[in-house]
Design a protein. Structure first.
Lengths: 873, 248
């Protein structure tokens, strides 16, 4: 955190100053470790084993926050009889279909759930022909059969997926099929000894963490987890975060001040671009993209949510208000509010599938907007092969980047795999305006929108992306004007008229933010998403952002100094939803609505307020219906927000509870399970199942995997960031100050590995995988430890991933080494792999290809010690 | 807290324009040893909250040659750390920070990571002259990391490309192109590719109303308003392969 989010880390140091104990769990010793109380080195890719060990510690020592767990989580909920755990099935859950390589979650349901879910609630089947890599498929996995192929689990981004009903509960937590008991059995083998064997963490150190964490989690105290998104860069990425969620729920650390799981994301508005998504599977506000198999009409589309408990029950209002924002007067009751204008998805259309589509000639036009996939995305070769097979490419950036110049200086030009005069891609490089040359809002990592005022005009041809897309839309609409083709209606009927300003005729960002906020029948800005209607009288571009323009004021531009307000600082920026700083903060009070302790007082029920009717109040905006008393029991037939009970803090979940057990929404099981990364030098110590069963493989000749346990690729590598550089480098390797601070690509290795391979500090090393080989300067350091795993040592090679061929400081790209094996829920790659490392620089030209080929042949002929264990699902 | 932040501002003034480079050099030193130098950190912290501002008020009692030696002034004055008045010459004493000459100062936010540190952008004659952390922010309290501190260079760097570059199919070099021409060519290509890969139905006959020929990657470094227009236009176009760094 000190390394990647230094300024955010000041608050960790503040906490330390006030007596907090700071643990840093990371394969390498960093600037964070240097100032933490204890650095816990861990083998890359084993986080579930470590966190699962903590879950087991809490459960086996009965250190959970019992009152919180019983009242606020689904610990008491009873799961159906047909459920079988990984402990029963040697690493698989019930519902596994080896044919399709996917789970059917039917047996994970709450007991008593209807056998056949209501229409629209089941995930649709996918057309087999649409799946990525169909032609190269060799594993026989049809990963697209269920909705997980369309990343539907992610569609519940601001809440949970649907569960059919509240379920039977045993609040004594004794029922053998209640979640609490299932959890106990599932994690029973995650002992300190197992943590040691899998992660390489000593029993003593594990004990220190477990002891400190549990002693600091109770009525009086809370503990927080902070992670950077390296935690998501695994084929079990979603389940990594899930394990932390389970732990924090058991300890009562969610919805309370000082608690939580903090995702420290890496880009200025990456949260904003998820909320108002430039993502294939969702529309603004986490409304799913319609699916061809499921959504022929607006009624079909909202049916799954219409009867839900909680705020997703108002999905129809959110959707119609979005359609009104897009198509205005053209969207009417008669035409289903133009619902049919929305394109439908049919499977995985994520970026890595798209790249495969480019290579196979199915995707011919490409926009890169402040993104440099030739360096920043995994398997750089596949990225460049895709770029080289386009008809046209538009790159919008501030400096020249590798993704724009691949046709003349990409790695494949040097090896002869591509030739400049054979690449037909037409490239437009359009200069972009910087953050001070345009007005607009970023949403930072804790959902806070902050407005930037424009300081100066952009230079030369540089323009904001707002202006680029506005003008592009105008030109397309002009060229298509008069078209009677039905396919052009959505473009021609689009509301696309924004006021412009300044010498360049820039669209007014305020007007766009106002449209995002939404307006009522009188055209005035709305102040809360609860005002949205399903009759077409309201318009709203992103329902969770409704309120950012309340009272016609840009709330994101508020900058009341922190010394003029309390520490919650509600008058700085605006946080979605409803300017609420801590989500689910009703959990900061006990079931009766009283603070758990005076010390951790945050939001509570004020019974005497409003002439004795009572009201939720506190330092933050309460995340609850303001006048709903703690003892409220909803009517049996209530739906939507009306069905939220007074003791149900998780208002976006259909049962109002925090989910220790996820009976819906996940492609790879209702509980997290440790599996080894797709490339690993060791066997899974827990199960015969080596890898995450439904992981998604991209089958292509440019994406070969190293065999696990290979003696040819005996070392683990992982990638990471440095303080002084920014992701793929376009915003840092182009600057002299930052380039001077971190001038060269390097690899970090332990002294033991250096001795083993004859590597010298400051010299060169070549790092080899089945994809390619790269070179880097060697840094021999005890920052990377040799880890004792079972009867062997595991050595890890640390690689910063910022470098590429352009900019002031250049070097080989670590992402060229990373294979494409994806998390089955969200299709994010696994950054952990195996490699060999040798002294000296890598071969040049065509020799690089033959060098790597020779490795692959050797690995194939000598691919491990126990081949019978390799052919897992 | 307000007082401390006030002190920090004055320290910046005392350090003048070299403050920026000084901070960068500290970071270099830290980077080379691999972890922060706690002592240095403490010194800086003390300088911020304690001695430096009081050092500002040291009177020039000794006008003699010997007495003007920085080391003597440091020992005899209250600026014991030599980070304020004691380190000044008669020339640097009269220097003004360039922030003092700004025509306007506008509120901004750091464009690098997602912490969201608030910035103050100083502008003179239509050019950005300095970018500082905004002390009023409850998130950052005026701090910026090495990247945030370098964000002025991000704006003013000679490595920025400010003219449209065009590479024709099978071409070997970049060519010049007017922005207006480029925009028109891009619009034509979007229309053509959209139509060429248009799909009313999938192979199972289910309505899809989309084009599979056009994809987009990017958005995490852009504004919410920009992402909104992108998704709106792409959706109306029927393009669905729209992705950004959140997937990567």
């Amino acid at each position: 955190m000190a390394e990647c989010h230094p300024v955010g880390f000041q608050w960790v140091m503040e906490a330390k100053r006030k007596g907090a104990t700071i643990f840093h769990v990371d394969p390498r010793f960093t600037r964070t470790s240097a100032v933490s109380d204890i650095h816990v080195p861990i083998r890359a890719g084993t986080d579930i084993a470590f966190l699962g060990g903590l879950v087991n510690y809490v459960l086996s020592h009965e250190l959970d926050f019992r009152e919180y767990v019983v009242a606020y989580t689904n610990a008491a909920t009873i799961i159906g009889e047909a459920f079988e755990d990984t402990e029963d099935l040697d690493g698989l859950f019930s519902g596994w279909d080896p044919e399709s390589g996917q789970y059917d979650p039917e047996t994970w349901q709450y007991a008593g759930a209807p056998k056949a879910p209501a229409a629209g609630q089941r995930d649709p089947a996918q057309p087999a022909g649409d799946r990525a890599g169909a032609e190269d498929a060799s594993t026989g996995h049809d990963h697209e059969k269920t909705s997980h192929g369309a990343a539907r689990s992610e569609a519940a981004g601001s809440g949970g997926p649907s569960v059919p009903h509240r379920g039977e509960r045993d609040e004594t937590l004794q029922h053998p099929r209640c979640v609490f008991q299932i959890l106990k059995r599932h994690f029973a083998r995650y002992t300190p000894e197992m943590v040691h064997e899998i992660c390489g963490i000593s029993r003593e150190q594990f004990g220190q963490v477990a002891d400190a964490l549990t002693k600091n989690s109770n009525r009086e105290r809370t503990s927080a987890f902070c992670y950077a998104v390296g935690w998501t860069h695994h084929s079990v990425g979603v389940q990594n975060i899930r394990t932390a969620s389970i732990l924090q729920l058991l300890l009562g650390n969610i919805g309370r001040p000082g608690g939580g799981i903090m995702a420290l994301r890496g880009h200025a508005s990456i949260q904003g671009s998820t909320d108002i998504p430039t993502l294939f599977n969702i529309l603004p506000g986490y409304i799913p993209m319609p699916h061809a198999a499921q959504h022929d009409s607006l009624d079909d589309f909202v049916a799954a949510d219409a009867g839900k408990v909680g705020f997703w029950g108002n999905m129809r209002s959110y959707t119609i208000s979005l359609l009104k924002a897009y198509w205005g007067d053209a969207a009417t009751v008669e035409n289903d509010f133009c619902f049919d204008y929305l394109p439908r998805i049919t499977g995985d259309h994520s970026t890595y599938s798209t790249v495969l589509g480019q290579i196979e000639g199915r995707v011919k036009g490409y926009f890169l907007v402040g993104e440099n996939p030739a360096v920043g995305s995994s398997n750089g070769k596949m990225q460049r092969l895709g770029l080289a097979n386009l008809d046209w490419l538009v790159v919008r950036d501030m400096a020249m980047i590798e993704s724009a110049t691949f046709w003349k200086d990409g790695a494949e030009i040097a090896t002869g795999e591509l030739a400049t005069d054979e690449i037909g891609t037409e490239v437009f490089f359009l200069p972009a305006a910087s953050h001070v040359e345009k007005a607009g809002s970023f949403t930072q990592t804790q959902r806070m929108l902050q407005w930037r005022t424009k300081a100066v005009e952009p230079p030369g041809d540089a323009r904001s992306d707002l202006q680029f897309y506005y003008e592009l839309g105008q030109r397309i609409r002009t060229k298509l004007a008069g078209s009677t083709d039905e396919m052009d209606r959505p473009l021609l009927d689009l509301t696309w008229d924004y006021p412009t300003e300044g010498p360049l005729g820039e669209p007014d960002g305020h007007a766009v933010l106002r449209e995002i906020n939404g307006t009522g029948p009188d055209g005035e800005p709305l102040s809360a998403y609860t005002e949205l209607k399903d009759d077409g009288s309201t318009s709203c571009g992103c329902w969770i952002y409704c309120g950012v323009y309340a009272d016609g004021v840009n709330q994101a531009a508020r900058r009341k100094p922190h010394w003029e307000q309390n520490e919650v600082a509600l008058e700085w920026g605006w946080v979605w939803p409803a300017n609420r700083r801590i989500l689910y903060n009703r959990a900061s009070a006990d079931p009766d609505g009283k603070p758990w302790s005076e010390r951790k007082k945050y939001v509570w029920w004020e019974a005497s307020a409003d002439e004795g009717r009572g009201r939720w109040t506190g330092d933050d905006v309460p995340d609850f219906i303001a006048d709903r008393p703690p003892d409220h029991v909803p009517a049996d037939d209530a739906t939507g927000p009306d069905a939220i009970g007074g003791r149900d803090p998780f208002v976006m979940q259909t049962d109002g509870k925090g989910w220790l057990f996820a009976s819906a929404g996940l492609a790879d099981g209702p509980l997290p399970t440790h599996y080894e990364p797709p490339e690993s030098p060791v066997h899974n110590a827990l199960y015969r199942q080596q890898n995450n069963p439904p992981r998604k493989s991209i089958d292509h000749r440019a994406n070969p995997l190293n065999p696990s346990y290979s003696t040819v690729f005996p070392y683990v590598f992982t990638t990471y960031r440095l303080t002084e550089h920014h992701t793929a480098g376009a915003m840092s390797r182009t600057l002299s100050y930052l380039s001077e601070l971190q001038p060269e690509m390097f690899c970090e290795i332990s002294p033991r590995l250096a001795r083993q391979r004859g590597l010298t500090n400051g010299g060169w090393a070549t790092i080899v995988t089945s994809r390619t080989a790269i070179e880097a300067r060697v840094l021999v350091t005890e920052r990377l430890r040799s880890l004792r795993i079972g009867d062997q040592y595991v050595e890890q090679v640390g690689l910063p991933y910022h470098w590429g061929g352009t900019g002031l400081t250049t070097g080989d790209s670590a992402n060229d080494l990373v294979n494409l094996t994806l998390d089955p829920n969200v299709f994010i790659q696994d950054k952990v792999g195996t490699c060999d490392i040798q002294p000296g620089r890598r071969p040049r030209g065509p020799e690089l290809v033959s060098y790597v080929d020779a490795y692959r042949v050797r690995a194939r002929d000598d691919d491990g010690r126990e081949p019978e264990n390799r052919s897992d699902a | 807290m307000a007082e401390a932040d006030g002190n920090r501002t004055r320290l910046t003034e005392v350090l003048g324009h070299n403050g920026f480079e000084d901070r960068a050099r500290h970071q270099t030193r830290n980077a080379s040893v691999g972890h922060p130098n706690a002592n240095l950190r403490e010194l800086v912290a003390q300088g911020m909250h304690g001695d430096a501002p009081s050092g500002y008020g040291v009177a020039m009692r000794e006008k003699t040659f010997i007495g003007s030696w920085p080391i003597l002034r440091q020992i005899s004055g209250s600026d014991r750390l030599g980070r304020g008045k004691a380190a000044m010459s008669s020339r640097s004493e009269h220097l003004q920070p360039r922030t003092a000459e700004a025509d306007k100062v506008v509120d901004s936010v750091c464009p690098f990571c997602a912490v969201g540190c608030a910035q103050k952008v100083y502008v003179k004659d239509g050019l950005v002259t300095q970018i500082e952390g905004d002390a009023a922010s409850p998130i950052s309290r005026g701090r910026l990391c090495p990247k945030g501190s370098a964000s002025k260079q991000l704006v003013t760097s000679p490595t920025r490309v400010t003219k449209v570059r065009y590479r024709r199919s099978f071409g070997s070099e970049w060519e010049d192109l007017e922005l207006d021409t480029a925009m028109d060519m891009i619009a034509d290509r979007v229309i053509k590719t959209r139509k060429e890969f248009w799909q009313w139905e999938d192979e199972e006959g289910r309505r899809t109303r989309r084009t599979m020929g056009i994809a987009s990657l990017g958005g995490a470094t852009l504004d919410n308003e920009e992402n909104y227009l992108m998704k709106k236009l792409y959706t109306a176009m029927g393009a669905i392969q729209i992705e950004n760094q959140a997937r990567i």
